[in-house]
Write a protein that binds this ligand. Structure first.
Ligand code: PAF
Length: 294
């Protein structure tokens, strides 16, 4: 049974899950890098505008003694450093990675006894002065990495679904992760470079560039036998642009605030996979370089 949940990463998505899980009666501990953080109660502004204030246990760079589940919700470039110190302690404990981009799990030195699951969510959340704001309702999909067990993933989904539904187990998590990757490859760098909200990308001046970004990704998915067509990715990108029209993407905010971006795990991941397969991805490469120059 899952009762004691540790969340590594106290960004917007980590706080969103921490609040919802705690409200459902789970014992939640947030683990972060800042010693003084989160000693005071935190407020969740729900999607319907209500405010819920709760105290959430916080540990500085340390896991609780025997968690039943660890959720890793840092930025992609922080994953390896955030989880590696605890890998010995976490043999046998389910670990769920949930972040934008791909390529992080390959950076971990995993042993047979590690049970890793990969997840993707479309909830929108923004950190606020007093806690976190739930800016967009979404859904979450979880799947197994390597030999991780399907019974275990179903138990995880049930626990997560009780707190912030819908959470669904998907057998083909790779297709779901690549679909989210395509969304991020298209929306994130363009909104960061053009300093605009997501909705601005529905202007016809971006149509051809969006087509090209997704076309390049579709050459890779086709070669890798990932069950995801150009059409499906392209339509999903348009849907997300419309559904999140008023939002600023995470990369837009990272660039604006002078923070490191996840570009190496988004368009950069596409470029590296393209190189390994001998498939050129010039538009993704152009965006990768442009963001890294900002
Ligand atoms: O990174 C983000 O901002 C989000 O994943 C998305 C879906 C692009 C919406 O802004």
């Amino acid at each position: 049974m899952i009762k004691n949940i540790a969340i590594i990463g106290s960004g917007a998505i980590g706080l969103l899950w921490a609040h919802h899980l705690k409200q459902k009666g789970f014992e939640v501990t947030l683990i972060g890098r800042r010693p003084q953080l989160l000693t005071q109660p935190l407020t969740l502004q729900t999607h319907s505008g209500q405010e819920v204030t709760q105290s959430i246990n916080y540990l500085h760079n340390q896991l609780p003694s025997s968690p039943d589940l660890v959720l890793v919700m840092t930025k992609a470039y922080q994953i390896a450093d955030a989880i590696s110190p605890y890998l010995d302690q976490l043999k046998g404990c389910p670990i769920v990675l949930m972040h934008n981009g791909l390529g992080t799990v390959e950076q971990l030195s995993l042993a047979e006894q590690h049970h890793v699951f990969l997840a993707t969510t479309s909830h929108g959340a923004l950190k606020s002065q007093s806690g976190v704001e739930h800016t967009g309702l979404g859904q979450t999909m979880v799947g197994c990495y390597g030999d991780a067990g399907t019974d275990q993933v179903k138990t995880i989904c049930k626990a997560l679904n009780s707190a912030l539904p819908p959470v669904e187990y998907v057998q083909d998590i790779n297709a779901a992760l690549w679909k989210k990757l395509a969304i991020n490859c298209a929306i994130n760098p363009l909104t960061a470079i053009n300093q605009c909200r997501n909705g601005e990308l529905s202007n016809t001046k971006y149509t051809q560039q969006l087509d090209t970004i997704i076309k390049e990704i579709s050459y890779l998915t086709e070669r890798l036998n990932i069950n995801l067509s150009y059409q499906e990715m392209r339509e999903t990108v348009d849907t997300v642009i419309n559904n999140t029209a008023k939002n600023y993407s995470s990369m837009h905010q990272d660039v604006l605030n002078g923070r490191e971006t996840e570009i190496d795990f988004i368009n950069g991941y596409i470029v590296n996979i393209g190189k390994a397969l001998g498939i050129p991805t010039p538009e993704n490469e152009k965006l990768w370089r442009a963001i890294n120059k900002l």
